[in-house]
Every structure is written in C-alpha cells, then in structure tokens.
Design a binder for this molecule. Structure first.
Ligand SMILES: [Zn+2]
Length: 254
C-alpha cells in the first residue's frame, strides 16, 4: 500500500464519515418527530383518563348536593309552616331562628351546586379538547408514519451503502492506521489533518521542524504532537486545486 493511496483513502474516509453524520442526523430527526407525537398522545391519554375519573367524581358529588339542596328546601317549607302556626312569642322566635339557619344552609348548598356545575362543564370541555387533540395526533401518526417510515428506510439503506463503501476504503488504508482513525473518530474528532506550511491544519499549532521535514517527502504519515490527528503533507497547489480548477474552467467556457 503506497502512501499516496493511503492518504487518498484517509481523505475518502473523512468525506464518507461527514456524509454518514448528515444521514444519521436526519434519521435521528425523523425518529424523534414520530416519537414526539407518540409521547404527546400518550401524555394526553393519561390526562384524559384522570379528567374522566374526576368528572365522574364531581358529577356524583353534584348529585348528592342537589339532593341535599332539595331536602333543605322541604325543611324550609316545614319551618315556615311552623312559624305560621306559632302561638307564643317564644315559639315564633325559635321558628325564626330555625328558618334563618335553614335559609343559610339552603343558600350555601345552592352556591356549592352552581360551582360544581361550572367545574363539571369545564371538565367536560377539557375532555372534549383532549379527545379532539388525541384524534388529531392519531391521524398524524397514521398518515405521516408511512411517509416517515419510507424516509427512514431509505436513509437506513443509504447509511448501509455508505458503510459498505467505508469498509472497502478502510481495507485499502490498512489495519493500524484505520484503527487509529476509528478510535479518534469514535471520540467525535475528525482524525486526519493536513499540513502545508508547517502548521497542523487540525489544531493550528506549529509542528516541530523535524516532524514537518519528515512529512514533506510524503513517504510516511505522521501524528500531530498536540491534537494527535493523523498528519500528512499537502502541497499548497494540491490543496487549492480541487475547488478552484472546475470553477475557473467553467467561467472561461462561459
Ligand atoms: Zn494538530
């Protein structure tokens, strides 16, 4: 394996890893979107169950209070009757007191019932809103899921294809260098750096002159003492050509 082919392989590895990162990010984004919808739906379903249970409870209490209110109304009628039949001052005062107390209880119950009616209405509205939202999310999952599944399958196929290509490049570059590359890549670094004028273009630290000199002939790869990237010499012209040449050509053609 010649050094030139090895350098070319390393450049290809960097390029294919950059493409793989884009594809994997897209795949993660697709997955996250689907998951976010499913999670929100699940959360609302949980909330809906709680709201329904609490509505049943409030409806029951409201029923009891309404009955109590009716019952107090009947007591009020009887109390009024007693007052009308009172013969002595003492009897009439006692009946008045009882009537006052009952009136207050009757009124309190009425306020409680009306508060609960409002609360029940609000709960019913919330339940309706949640049901609507859950139905929307279910539709979104049903309709967007096949599209998203399709996109994810195609991304997975692209990734598999790139990975196969990557393995071939890796085999070309050779065992030890590939292992160094992979271990740095696994730590989230771009494992390769060029140097053109004696500076590592990965970390921009000046290289020891002896090291730079040993790389100039392109007979061996080096390692940057600062960032530990795999290092190789790239002549200034060669570094500029890939981007500059096709542009110049097309501008003179036009
Ligand atoms: Zn460096």
């Amino acid at each position: 394996m010649g050094i030139e082919a090895q350098i070319e392989g390393l450049e290809q590895l960097v390029a294919v890893d950059a493409q793989l990162k884009v594809l994997r990010d897209e795949l993660a984004k697709e997955r996250n979107e689907i998951e976010a919808i499913a999670t929100e739906k699940q959360r609302l379903e949980g909330q809906l169950a709680i709201d329904r249970a609490s509505l049943i409870e409030m409806d029951k209490t409201r029923g009891e209070l309404t009955q109590d209110h009716r019952h107090l109304g009947q007591q009020l009628d009887r109390s009024r009757e007693r007052l009308s039949r009172a013969r002595t001052e003492r009897e009439s005062q006692a009946a008045e007191r009882e009537l006052d107390e009952l009136r207050k209880l009757h009124r309190d119950r009425e306020i409680e019932v009306s508060k609960l009616v409002t609360l029940c209405d609000e709960a019913r509205n919330t339940i309706l809103n949640h049901e609507t939202r859950i139905a929307e999310l279910a539709t979104r999952l049903d309709t967007s899921s096949p599209d998203a599944q399709g996109r994810m399958a195609s991304l997975e196929a692209d990734i598999a294809e790139k990975m196969a290509g990557r393995r071939q490049i890796g085999a070309k570059v050779g065992g030890l260098t590939v292992r160094r590359y992979d271990s740095m890549h696994a730590r989230g670094k771009v494992p390769v750096a060029r140097t053109t004028e004696g500076t590592c273009l990965g970390c921009y630290v000046q290289l020891p002159p002896m090291l730079f000199h040993s790389l100039l002939s392109r007979t061996q790869l080096g390692e940057c003492p600062t960032c530990h990237r795999i290092l190789y010499y790239s002549p200034p012209a060669a570094a500029a050509t890939p981007d500059a040449e096709p542009l110049d050509a097309s501008s003179t053609d036009a």
